[in-house]
Design a protein around this ligand. Structure first.
Ligand code: COI
Length: 351
């Protein structure tokens, strides 16, 4: 692959791994490829720098943007390893298809990822089990035309930034029964910018009421849990892990998929079925030991310590003995090379 060698800013020297906010400091390089005349050009690694785009570029107006959220880790033997890149690649292409954007060749995706990670591997400290590399690939429509139409030109970029804990404390959430994230038949299962932008207003209102996040309910009845916007939602009770089934309105989370598999491996009963929000209230009214948590790439597993349902606060179990922590520990153990990777989820860079 061709790499443009320009002086880098070398942000790494100034980066403090003990004190940083997620998503503010990019690593020193990015991967960039353009789609023109019906095909993807070969991409290249470049020093991280600003783009120059026409203000008419379609991505600024009609939301033709798609992204992924992935992670890379240091294995116990210090090798850098990307977690489940195949699965992320498949989901990225599904999102692109839903948004009328050209799919990516697998070779370009994997080469771009691995070359970028080789280049910026020093951003993954060898002695820090609490740090991972968050990888943000994205595709935007760049046709400089104000008319409402599908773009003919696109830009694909892969960027990286270090990540620790996305949420640093258990979450206070509410079940949202007024606003909707996505309806069946919408682009709700695509990882497109609009799904996130549309969620800002209700989420901000919930933040003003003192909640960290909200749990969306279905658009038709407002009774069944969907997802939490930054993560899929899961509940654990009586050796059973329950999560809403995949549909056209929720994201097919790769952490969701991994946690369900780990649960099956631990002989936990797994149910992918509709969850009525009243089911949660009924259990917690009886003081049943119910766990509620989010699962996502950035969030990993995020405990929910308080959930408001129809104006009443309930308190799911978040003690140290909670199953969610065992599931998180298994997942982190696999991707840091400490536990057996029996499903071949790790993609180590072997150069
Ligand atoms: C991810 O988990 O990768 C997401 O895209 C969600 C966002 C909270 C960063």
């Amino acid at each position: 692959m061709h790499t443009i060698e320009l002086p880098t800013t070398n942000r790494l020297k100034q980066f403090n791994f003990d004190q940083f906010s997620f998503g503010e400091v990019p690593t020193d390089h990015l991967f960039l490829a353009k789609f023109k005349n019906g095909e993807w050009e070969n991409g290249e690694i470049q020093p991280f720098s600003n783009f120059s785009l026409s203000p008419f570029s379609l991505c600024f107006h009609y939301g033709q943007t798609v992204f992924e959220g992935m992670k890379a880790f240091r294995l116990a033997d210090r090798t850098v390893s990307i977690f489940r890149p195949d699965k992320h690649y498949e989901r990225l292409n599904r999102s692109l298809e839903r948004m009328c954007m050209p799919t990516l060749p697998k070779q370009m995706f994997l080469t771009g990822l691995t070359e970028l990670l080789y280049k910026d591997a020093a951003w993954l400290p060898v002695d820090r089990q609490d740090i991972a590399m968050y990888i943000r690939p994205f595709v935007i429509a760049t046709d400089p035309r104000i008319g409402v139409k599908v773009s003919n030109e696109y830009l694909f970029a892969i960027t990286c930034t270090p990540i620790g804990e996305y949420y640093d404390k258990p979450l206070r959430v509410k079940i949202e029964t007024e606003y909707v994230r996505a309806a069946e038949g919408s682009a709700g299962s695509a990882k497109c910018g609009g799904n996130y932008g549309g969620a800002f207003y209700p989420t901000q209102k919930a933040n003003e009421e003192g909640f960290d996040q909200l749990i969306w309910t279905d658009a038709q009845t407002h009774q069944f849990l969907e997802e939490a916007g930054t993560m899929n939602i899961m509940m654990y009770i009586d050796n059973t892990l329950i999560t809403p089934p995949l549909s056209g309105s929720i994201l097919d989370g790769i952490t969701r998929n991994s946690i369900l598999q780990i649960a099956r491996d631990l002989s936990i009963v797994v149910e992918e079925r509709a969850i009525h929000y009243k089911e949660i209230a009924e259990h917690l009214q009886k003081s049943d030991r119910l766990e509620l948590f989010g699962a996502g790439t950035a969030a990993i597993i995020s405990p929910i310590s308080s959930v408001q349902i129809d104006g009443i606060d309930y308190y799911p179990h978040t003690g140290n003995d909670a199953m969610m922590f065992k599931l998180k520990n298994e997942l982190e153990g696999i991707r840091r090379g400490i536990k057996e990777d029996k499903h071949n989820w790790n993609y180590p860079l072997n150069r």
